[in-house]
Write a protein that binds this ligand. Structure first.
Ligand SMILES: [Zn+2]
Ligand SMILES: [Zn+2]
Length: 144
């Protein structure tokens, strides 16, 4: 690997991942390290996404926006909020005020991501139509 060009002179081992919403009005890059993907089946994620919420997470300081005019935040609890595109409806972020990390929709990132799915959490809230891949562990709740 040569020097990473266009990364503001910072020495990074991998180039940042890029991501966007469906319509492209929100575009961003993420510098690692990134957490493995957790697939959340909690009632909130289920309803917000229409299915489940698969997310990685990174330090907030590593997330840079190239465009974010249509980014809106829905307060899903006293301390957590969910970021989405007001134009196309893509679910992109989950943010908790106690956390320095920002959760990022894994599916919004351009492939290949190099990420792996770690576990399915809050699986006790999953609806009855869904079967998880047998190689992927499930937890009824979350230790996070
Ligand atoms: Zn959009
Ligand atoms: Zn959830």
């Amino acid at each position: 690997m040569g020097a990473a060009a266009g990364v503001e002179g910072r020495a990074v081992s991998e180039k940042p991942l890029s991501g966007r919403c469906l319509c492209g009005d929100i575009r961003f890059t993420v510098e690692g390290p990134l957490r493995p993907v957790l697939v959340c089946h909690c009632g909130q994620c289920r309803r917000m996404s229409g299915h489940l919420w698969a997310a990685t997470a990174a330090d907030r300081d590593g997330v840079r926006f190239a465009a974010q005019d249509t980014l809106r935040w829905f307060s899903s609890s006293d301390r957590a909020r969910r970021g989405f595109c007001a134009r196309c409806g893509s679910s992109l972020f989950w943010s908790h005020e106690d956390k320095q990390t920002l959760s990022i929709a894994a599916g919004a990132l351009d492939s290949p991501t190099g990420l792996k799915t770690q576990a399915h959490i809050f699986f006790s809230d999953a609806s009855d139509y869904y079967a998880v891949h047998p190689d992927e562990p499930t937890c009824p709740g979350s230790s996070d």
